[in-house]
Ligand binder design. Structure first.
Ligand SMILES: [Zn+2]
Length: 107
């Protein structure tokens, strides 16, 4: 019966659409979780981490990465983030995950 088959195709299409939407949502959540890191016991976004080092809000920040170095103050793990404090400047910053230590590559 045509009606029956057509109905099934519609349901399958609808299900596929929902499944793709769910996968996109899950992927977005995972990438968001990867971007956020724990610094001094708090979950921070790249923008928040950049603000911690900069001392004021930034325009844009790249995803946080693990820096291949340890904190000179406490020996803790150091994270690195690139950000734009203004439209004309790009700064790389390093921030300890355990203490207040942080620095930038600004001259
Ligand atoms: Zn430290």
């Amino acid at each position: 019966m045509c009606g029956h088959v057509c109905h099934r195709v519609v349901v399958q299409r609808r299900y596929r659409g929902v499944a793709e939407g769910t996968l996109r949502w899950v992927a977005a959540q995972i990438s968001r979780m990867r971007e956020n890191r724990v610094v001094q016991g708090r979950m921070v976004t790249p923008e928040r981490l950049a603000e911690l080092v900069e001392g004021e809000s930034v325009i844009e920040a790249e995803p946080i990465e693990d820096a291949d170095r340890v904190c000179p103050d406490c020996g803790g793990d150091v994270l690195t983030v690139g950000y734009m404090p203004s439209a004309l400047e790009f700064v790389n910053a390093w921030k300890c995950q355990e203490c207040d230590w942080g620095e930038t590559d600004r001259e």
